[in-house]
Design a protein around this ligand. Structure first.
Ligand SMILES: [Zn+2]
Length: 225
């Protein structure tokens, strides 16, 4: 499938999808936890750093994993959190109920998400994952439950695939736009990348890229959570 060149999006070209060791290090720093089962980098900053990680539809521990596109860039994730805090999801849900053409476009985004996941499954040799057939993420196809998921999808797919993800990207323009690098100072670049989970679990509401529980390492700070 020859994708048209679209200079308005951060969608990574085919040859740069493969995650390098450096990409995985950056992802761990962006998220504050070690990444697992990242199979592609579907969107990059103009500087080359990952914006979105694509996770295998089946994790290496066997767990089916529906959230294929995970937004990782801290500047974008916090900007999207601001939209969520301001109530944009409620407004979108109301419009999905009232506007049949928006609802149809959103259902098409859901289908595109499933198709993109199937392509990743095929490219990576993982194949189909029947347990999550028809299950996408973020509330699709009928609701908006996580804007980060929709933005991750829009950045991965390019403009014109997920209407609500596209809207959210437009709405964060005062904090992030695809044409500029916002990486400087956005995460800790000193020392070793995180080898244990230092994050409060992510804005996308799932254990996400951490594929399996860490071996017993109880600390007093974690005990109360
Ligand atoms: Zn950058």
């Amino acid at each position: 499938m020859a994708a048209p060149v679209d200079h308005n999006t951060a969608t990574a070209p085919e040859e740069s999808r493969q995650p390098s060791a450096h990409d995985l290090d950056v992802l761990s720093r962006q998220l504050g936890r070690p990444v697992r089962d990242v199979v592609e980098i579907p969107a990059r900053c103009v500087c080359g750093n990952p914006l979105v990680a694509a996770t295998a539809p089946r994790l290496s521990n066997g767990t089916p994993f529906p959230t294929t596109f995970y937004l990782t860039h801290p500047v974008i994730t916090s900007a999207v959190s601001r939209l969520e805090a301001a109530g944009l999801m409620n407004e979108m849900n109301d419009r999905l109920t009232a506007d049949e053409s928006l609802a149809a476009a959103y259902r098409a985004a859901h289908e595109a998400y499933l198709a993109a996941r199937a392509e990743i499954g095929a490219r990576t040799g993982i194949g189909g994952v029947p347990e999550i057939d028809g299950v996408s993420a973020g509330g699709m196809p009928t609701r908006v439950k996580c804007l980060h998921v929709l933005v991750g999808h829009s950045l991965a797919a390019g403009q014109g695939v997920n209407p609500l993800g596209d809207e959210a990207i437009a709405a964060i323009a005062e904090w992030w736009t695809a044409d500029r690098c916002y990486c400087d100072g956005a995460w800790d670049t000193g020392g070793e990348a995180p080898s244990r989970d230092l994050s409060r679990h992510g804005p996308q509401g799932l254990p996400a890229i951490v594929g399996r529980p860490a071996p017993v390492r109880k600390t007093t700070t974690e005990a109360g959570e």
